[in-house]
Design a protein around this ligand. Structure first.
Ligand code: SF4
Ligand code: SF4
Length: 107
């Protein structure tokens, strides 16, 4: 099993999750973070830490977010590890809760 970052992280990228992860699972792109499924030890700490409620256990992932499993695995191979919190985008609060943001994902 792993944990999965989903749609509402896109354009929010608060990075609170990074601070709690004990094994540096998070990889950061321009406006989204993903979890490396090979590195995640299922500690559960990141899920409640995310202000955008964007992180799910793979076992609890809603059907509408199933495509994020492959997306996390793919982008974790491409993007560098982020192991310390950084400032969110200036307009992060405006994007929090906006549905279906995948078309805004920057690679
Ligand atoms: S805390 Fe949530 S919104 Fe922020 S980067 Fe992590 S997964 Fe994305
Ligand atoms: S469940 Fe734990 S190990 Fe996995 S990404 Fe979240 S904080 Fe990191």
């Amino acid at each position: 099993m792993t944990f999965v970052v989903t749609d509402n992280c896109i354009c929010c990228k608060y990075t609170d999750c990074v601070e709690v992860c004990p094994v540096d699972c998070f990889h950061a792109g321009p406006n989204f973070l993903v979890i490396d499924p090979e590195a995640c030890i299922d500690c559960t700490l990141c899920e409640p830490a995310c202000p955008a409620e964007a992180i799910y256990s793979e076992d609890d992932l809603p059907a509408t977010f199933q495509h994020f499993v492959a997306l996390n695995a793919e982008l974790a191979r491409l993007w560098p590890v982020l192991d310390a919190a950084i400032a969110p985008p200036a307009d992060a609060a405006d994007w929090n809760g906006v549905p279906n943001k995948l078309s805004y994902l920057k690679r």
